[in-house]
Design a protein around this ligand. Structure first.
Ligand SMILES: [Zn+2]
Length: 746
């Protein structure tokens, strides 16, 4: 979709904007304006005498990149005056614009933040004339960990690209860059003692094409890889430091180790030589827990530690299948010797060894929330990705926590529902959802909440092959995240969106950032009514012109501006409806298919709670729509329990010929079809059931009912565990349902 079309929408929006809106993102704690403005030319006289060398250089560069302003040292008639304050809140600053600009700050870091804010306040009148409203800003961050992560293992990004990623972070006052340097598909950091880690481990011979769950799989047979020398790493760390960003390196262990094991197979359990895989997913071969492997990894850490001056080293710890440890004599011997009751405790032992090692070298260990399993190591901090629960548990145990739940912080998820979105791993995390992120979950007491350092978004790059795609997935969602992590008092989403559109999209464009325009697209939503559902089309602009056609009923063909509502009443029979919406303004076309039936919009009660990660509300199952492929998180309800009970109320007694429950089968994502489905009429308590593995091959399961019913339950049982030979064997499978519908002849 061309940016030109969206340009039109911005213009429509800008006309609605009000002058006093705060132009700074993340939104400062205080922003007030007075009448009048301060005007100046493109040569800024600034007294820089009391600033340190780096800060001086940064300010001169920022003035140039934001507005091509030239800073001239001017002690006598300085337009900007810097004042360092003692005994004020950490990283706080204020900006007072009147006859001159006074920046007061508590630290070099906060002076740098103030300068970004100031640059965002400046309006360009023409090439030589600039203006800034007379105003006052007071500001400081809410959280001390405001992070973005980047996976350079699945796809590699050059030194220049990583620097650009860091530059962009700095604009939005992020202060932690979590650099995911090793994974199954590539080892990206030079380790002098083990040169094969990069000569072998940094290169793969093929890369899977399409979504990795697509069958049959095909591969691009091309050598792919790259790595950073220690010199390059030092340069990037210094570059980040100059922008007041700390780099946290991640060396994955004991799982996601195939690239390292391709170079040094003797540190696996089997010792078998395997290649660096070109496939995504979770692999059974992990580092063996034997002493030699622990020493190997500690040797690696001994070279990593001096490169990164920050407090934390990330050791991964996620997604480590225990199959190999279970079958390994050496692993089993350690378990016996250390009196460990299972392989989870063995992982805990493994992580504790790293914790002690890092601590003795002046560093702190952080890992993904799986490091809670089998007992959390005494000094470890936890990065909570599988929802908020791991973070809550760690905070309750008085360990430091960074919240990074998949629901809000996984920027490899889709950000739009449209089929024009580029291929992504799955999930659904639109801009609004990121904006709702709160690192401190409700209900956590204030003492325990003090262990929550902040939050972070993760950029896993299986489906992010290049820098343009990386920016598309990161922006503008990272700006919404910066709001959640910075603002003490979060402005309404609509206000944020307005500032984004009026000011910051231009800034992204000026910095050549390929941001996603998805949030500007019209929104298609469904809400429940007493008699069915309401289908609403809503543009960001009241001026956007549309055509709405009911293709199943040629008489409905409406032209409208801005928004449109179509109530759809449920029918006694089953009928397919198809609609098309066409925007004349942006050229977007959208087709929607709805299967109207007696279940459409009826009340649904989840007697079994869906997983927080895949709970999209109770209308999802009865909205008449089937999930599309590749599946996105927004169209499915996911359960991780063995039994799922759902209650449906048809609101009046009526005949059901048959009932269809529609599931997702994606065994590579550990999503399996169920074993049995039972129907029970809640009035007569009479039931009907089908299934028992291995009869279930079909995603759409039909139960013949043939009687009148009002309220009923559906009870679904899953496999106890994923069968041997399938990905995730031995773990509990996921159950995904997209729709429950009644099939009645009209
Ligand atoms: Zn082993």
């Amino acid at each position: 979709m061309t940016k030109l079309f969206y340009g039109l929408i911005f213009i429509l929006f800008i006309s609605l904007a009000q002058a006093q809106d705060c132009p700074i993102l993340p939104t400062p704690v205080v922003y007030t304006t007075q009448t009048g403005s301060l005007n100046f030319s493109n040569n800024l006289a600034v007294d820089l005498t009391n600033l340190d060398q780096n800060l001086k250089a940064q300010l001169i560069a920022l003035a140039d990149t934001y507005h091509q302003l030239k800073i001239e040292s001017g002690q006598d008639k300085s337009l900007i005056i810097f004042k360092k304050l003692e005994n004020v809140k950490q990283d706080s600053y204020s900006i007072n614009v009147n006859e001159s600009i006074i920046i007061s700050y508590s630290s070099d870091r906060s002076c740098y933040y103030a300068f970004h804010s100031l640059m965002q306040m400046i309006e360009k009148i023409n090439a030589n004339e600039f203006s800034i409203s007379k105003s006052f800003v007071k500001d400081y961050p809410s959280y001390q960990w405001r992070g973005l992560h980047l996976d350079v293992a699945r796809h590699f990004f050059s030194v220049e690209e990583v620097k650009q990623f860091i530059d962009q972070m700095a604009i939005y006052k992020f202060n932690v860059f979590h650099w995911h340097l090793t994974d199954d598909q590539g080892w990206r950091i030079e380790i002098k003692k083990y040169p094969k880690l990069t000569s072998i481990g940094a290169w793969r011979d093929s890369t899977v094409e399409n979504h990795f769950t697509t069958a049959p799989r095909t591969y691009k047979k091309e050598r792919y890889g790259g790595f950073y020398t220690q010199l390059e790493i030092k340069a990037i760390v210094a570059y980040a430091q100059e922008r007041y960003i700390t780099v946290v390196p991640e060396i994955e262990m004991p799982g996601h180790a195939r690239a390292a094991l391709a170079a040094y197979p003797m540190y696996s359990c089997t010792g078998i030589q395997q290649e660096v895989p070109g496939l995504w997913g979770i692999f059974d071969d992990i580092f063996c827990a034997k002493e030699e492997s622990i020493v190997f990894l500690q040797d690696i850490l001994s070279e990593v530690i001096p490169l990164f001056p920050g407090e934390f080293i990330h050791v991964g710890g996620d997604e480590a299948p225990k199959t190999r440890w279970h079958d390994c004599e050496k692993c089993q011997a350690i378990m016996k010797e250390q009196k460990l009751k299972d392989e989870h405790e063995l992982q805990s032992y493994f992580i504790q060894r790293m914790d002690k090692y890092l601590l003795s070298n002046g560093k702190k260990l952080i890992g993904w929330d799986e490091i809670l399993e089998g007992g959390l190591s005494p000094n470890a901090a936890v990065m909570s990705w599988r929802g908020f629960d791991g973070g809550i548990e760690a905070a309750n145990q008085e360990h430091q926590v960074v919240m990074s739940p998949g629901s809000h912080c996984y920027f490899d998820h889709y950000q739009g529902k449209g089929s024009e979105e580029p291929l992504a791993i799955g999930g659904f995390t639109p801009l609004e959802k990121v904006y709702e992120f709160q690192p401190i979950p409700r209900g956590l007491d204030s003492f325990k909440a003090s262990y929550i350092l902040g939050g972070q978004a993760n950029l896993w790059t299986e489906y992010i092959p290049d820098f343009n795609q990386l920016m598309y997935m990161t922006y503008p969602r990272a700006i919404a995240l910066s709001q959640a992590l910075w603002c003490e008092d979060l402005p309404k989403y609509e206000l944020f969106e307005k500032t984004l559109m009026n000011k910051h999209l231009d800034l992204l464009t000026a910095n050549k950032i390929n941001y996603s325009p998805t949030f500007l697209k019209p929104n298609f939503s469904f809400t429940r009514t007493i008699t069915g559902i309401d289908f609403k089309v809503k543009s960001k602009s009241n001026e956007e012109q549309f055509e709405f056609k009911d293709r199943s009923d040629s008489s409905l063909n409406v032209n409208f501006k801005g928004s449109y509502d179509l109530p759809i009443n449920r029918t006694r029979g089953t009928k397919k409806l198809t609609y098309s919406v066409n925007s004349f303004t942006t050229g977007i076309q959208k087709n929607i298919a709805i299967t109207n039936n007696p279940c459409l919009g009826v009340p649904v009660v989840y007697l079994t709670k869906p997983s927080n990660q895949y709970n999209n509300g109770d209308l999802t199952l009865v909205d008449g729509q089937f999930g599309a492929r590749p599946w996105k998180g927004n169209e499915w309800i996911g359960f991780d329990t063995s039994v799922v009970v759902i209650e449906i109320d048809l609101t009046k007694k009526q005949r059901i010929d048959s009932l269809q429950v529609s599931f997702l089968k994606d065994e590579n994502s550990w999503i399996h079809l169920p074993c049995t489905i039972e129907f029970q009429d809640l009035k007569t308590k009479k039931g009907k059931g089908i299934g028992a593995a291995p009869n279930f091959y079909d995603e759409r399961q039909v139960l013949y009912i043939g009687k009148k019913v009002q309220k009923f339950t559906i009870t679904i049982k899953t496999l106890d565990q994923i069968p041997q030979g399938k990905p995730g064997a031995g773990s509990h499978p996921w159950l995904f349902i997209d729709e429950i519908s009644i099939k009645n002849k009209l």
